[in-house]
Design a protein around this ligand. Structure first.
Ligand SMILES: Cc1cc2nc3c(=O)[nH]c(=O)nc-3n(C[C@H](O)[C@H](O)[C@H](O)COP(=O)(O)O)c2cc1C
Length: 435
């Protein structure tokens, strides 16, 4: 989906009802019109007439319009600060993030106008339900008919855990650094990236396998994505974080993927980053398929987890933009303990003892993928033309990348499924960072 440029947001002025009406008709014409009975359609046409739009403008409804290169591309109408009564995007600009942008702006205005406001609400017609769910609205009632139109009540939370959400990503650029063993974290990071790009931000993906670039752009916010491992994260990720330059007030967010128990490593990480001068604004964990301790691959359960988490990732991206995020402090004592332990070799040595990686030389095609891609430089090829992978347990971090992406299934954790888990094709992993 291409990024939209030359966006301008303006309040509707008296006399613009005709132009807004034309936009609504174009948009409705492109939709299927599900859920409208013939009388409902007539009522809608009355509601969307130029005169009715103008009249509501004079009665205190607010209308914000979005223009792309001076062409009217979308509109939102609000009754009071928190009730969306119309939202339409010209079909030429559909699915480019304009609708969510109008909502994000309305949500910020709503939170500013009424700090006690808890929700924005909408009665979504059938054609609009998917859109509202995608941008984070939650259904809070049953589908009903009124005046010949079927609609379902939805609301968008402006609060989290009792606190008004305030943290928000400012600026237009993100440098997003990712570590992934088997692809889960990369998949979630790519989903967040897709939404941010749709919303007009420039996002650059980088790998945490290497140290952080010494110079980060002054305008960029920073994103970090990585797996939870041994209730902390891999030494490679911590090495990357250590190598990050001074934050100089840059906003930073993190997303972690986990198989079930994250424990709260975001707490110690927040401390480290704050000390470096970053401004932590959002930390969120996503439940993804576990990648080591299954005897068999639960394919359907994994697919359901991925689907749910990628939806949550989209919501997370919108929360970043409209100011709906937080970075909590972790679990007192326990998080700090796991963090300190994760800095030593102890958990990784223990893990390797429990789940060593064996090499089946009969299957190995000696492509060297495992050696070249190991982030910990724990895999080398034995000497000679018939060289096979050799794992150094003292360096291995058990991230499962070599196992997951071996093209021949030659690397294997004994007792684990013959077909190891991976979240994506090797080619997609390799090209994600522009390699
Ligand atoms: C060595 C290792 C340790 C792990 N430790 C944890 C853990 O402590 N808690 C948890 O919920 N998941 C844990 N997991 C599961 C991963 O966090 C999860 O599958 C993650 O999404 C993998 O991401 P990736 O594919 O980007 O590497 C661990 C996985 C491995 C390989």
């Amino acid at each position: 989906m291409s990024e939209i440029q030359n966006l301008e947001f303006k309040n509707m002025l008296p006399g613009q009802g005709e132009a807004v009406h034309a936009l609504v008709l174009k948009s409705v014409g492109a939709a299927r019109g599900n859920g409208f009975t013939p009388p409902g359609r007539v009522a809608f046409e009355r509601y969307a007439s130029p005169e009715a739009i103008e009249r509501r403008g004079s009665l205190g409804y607010s209308h914000e319009l979005v223009y792309v290169s001076d062409a009217l591309a979308g509109m939102i109408e609000l009754k009071g600060p928190d009730r969306i009564s119309m939202l339409y995007i010209h079909p030429d600009y559909a699915n480019k993030g304009l609708g969510s942008r109008l909502i994000a702006r309305a949500a910020s205005r709503c939170a500013e106008a009424d700090p006690k406001a808890k929700h924005m609400t909408v009665y979504a017609t059938d054609d609009a339900v998917n859109f509202y769910e995608r941008v984070g609205f939650v259904r809070n009632g049953s589908r009903k008919e009124s005046g010949g139109v079927f609609s379902t009540p939805y609301r968008l939370s402006l609060k989290a855990k009792g606190k008004i959400l305030s943290a928000k990503l400012h600026g237009n650029a993100v440098e997003f650094f990712v570590f992934t063993g088997t692809g889960n974290s990369l998949l979630v990071a790519q989903t967040v990236t897709e939404v941010l790009r749709q919303e007009g931000l420039s996002v650059q993906l980088g790998s945490m396998d290497k140290p952080c670039p010494e110079a980060l752009s002054a305008e960029s916010a920073i994103g970090l994505a990585f797996p939870v491992a041994c209730f902390s994260t891999y030494p490679t990720v911590w090495r990357f974080i250590e190598s990050m330059p001074a934050g100089e007030g840059r906003e930073i967010f993190m997303l972690g993927t986990c198989g079930g128990v994250a424990v709260g490593m975001q707490g110690p990480l927040r401390k480290v980053l704050t000390k470096k001068g970053y401004k932590p604004i959002a930390a969120k964990f996503f439940l993804m398929p576990g990648n080591y301790n299954n005897k068999t691959l639960p394919v359907e359960k994994n697919a359901a987890r991925v689907e749910k988490s990628l939806l949550e990732a989209r919501s997370f991206a919108y929360d970043l933009l409209r100011g709906g995020t937080e970075w909590s402090g972790g679990i007192p004592m326990l998080s700090a303990f796991c963090y300190r332990l994760g800095q030593t070799r102890k958990p990784w040595n223990f893990f390797y003892k429990l789940f060593p990686i064996s090499v089946d030389e009969g299957k190995c095609v000696r492509c060297k993928r495992c050696a070249n891609d190991c982030p910990a430089k724990a895999v080398s090829m034995s000497a000679g033309t018939e060289g096979y992978p050799v794992i150094n347990p003292a360096l291995c971090e058990s991230c499962q990348r070599c196992v997951g992406f071996c093209p021949a299934g030659a690397l294997h954790v004994p007792g684990k499924p013959a077909e190891p888990y991976r979240a994506m094709r090797y080619e997609d992993f390799k090209t994600a960072f522009g390699q």
